[in-house]
Design a protein around this ligand. Structure first.
Ligand SMILES: [Zn+2]
Length: 80
């Protein structure tokens, strides 16, 4: 049997961090306004800095900064 999941893993897997992992964008913490690119780092931040240990309350402060049309991915290259 698997041991109890670490809170960081639960936050990562049971919030929007899970299905937005592959998106191009940034995460903003609405508690302290820090902006991060890594979902793993952000999950760790929520658990360690704000002591969230359940995904529901952690999800409430997750804010997605969608930069996809400014940096990678969404750039409109001119047609050749
Ligand atoms: Zn924060």
């Amino acid at each position: 049997m698997a041991p109890l999941k670490l809170p960081v893993q639960r936050v990562l897997q049971e919030t929007r961090l899970h299905y937005d992992l592959k998106r191009v964008g940034m995460w903003r913490c609405s508690k302290c306004n820090v902006v991060v690119h890594s979902a793993e780092w952000y999950a760790y931040h929520l658990v360690k800095e704000h002591a969230f240990d359940n995904p529901e309350s952690a999800d409430a402060v997750i804010h997605v900064e969608d930069y996809s049309n400014q940096s990678y991915g969404g750039v409109n290259y001119p047609h050749r």
